[in-house]
Design a protein around this ligand. Structure first.
Ligand SMILES: Cc1cc2nc3c(=O)[nH]c(=O)nc-3n(C[C@H](O)[C@H](O)[C@H](O)COP(=O)(O)O)c2cc1C
Length: 179
């Protein structure tokens, strides 16, 4: 019998009702024979990065905890929110701090990247940015999926996708982790 994979899942958003957190939580629930832990990046909040703060008071413990979580996982599932075509400030801050401790933030882990927006764009810009830069930061992207018009395809009461095409694409993306 194979040991279940440990998958670390999170949304790159600090919104309490983050649609990306809803999506990544739902996606995690679809993965069979795996231990999926969904973390909230609000639990890794830090002062705004600056090279001065890096010297004094120094690298925050939260950045080290975040890197440790990644290190302990077998695979990652990340859903990106898009703010003005790019990462949310909250995630960029966490990522910047973490990258100063360990440039290969994602530590060679296989990963599936998701992105969702309420509008027609599906946060595709930030997804493209993340996908392109992942190899440089030690991420092995197995699949990626952008979902547009989130509220038309996801039932926020039932916390599940209602659109068959989106569901099939998500399942195919997730299957790449166990392949
Ligand atoms: C400051 C700001 C900028 C945004 N810029 C974009 C954008 O560039 N592209 C996009 O698709 N949605 C944009 N949105 C809408 C977000 O997609 C929407 O707020 C979404 O819910 C964010 O994901 P989250 O709920 O997981 O945080 C923006 C929202 C905010 C607050």
């Amino acid at each position: 019998m194979r040991t279940p994979m440990n998958i670390l899942a999170f949304a790159a958003s600090s919104s309490r009702n983050s649609i990306n957190k809803q999506l990544v939580t739902y996606a995690g629930s679809l993965i069979k024979d795996a231990n999926v832990e969904v973390i909230d990046i609000n639990d890794y909040e830090m002062p705004l990065f600056s090279e001065d703060r890096e010297k004094e008071p120094g690298q925050p413990d939260a950045a080290k905890r975040f890197l440790k979580k990644i290190g302990e996982a077998d695979a990652l599932l990340i859903s990106f929110a898009e703010h003005n075509g790019s990462y949310t400030a909250a995630y960029k801050n966490l990522y910047d701090w973490a990258s100063r401790i360990e440039q290969k933030v994602y530590q060679g882990k296989p990963m599936v990247l998701l992105a969702a927006s309420p509008g027609p764009g599906g946060a595709a810009n930030v997804l493209q940015t993340a996908k392109t830069s992942m190899p440089f930061f030690g991420g092995e992207v197995k699949a990626d999926l952008s979902l547009a018009r989130f509220y038309d395809i996801f039932d926020t009461e039932a916390q599940q996708l209602t659109d068959a095409e989106a569901q099939a694409k998500l399942e195919a993306a997730l299957a790449s982790l166990s392949g």
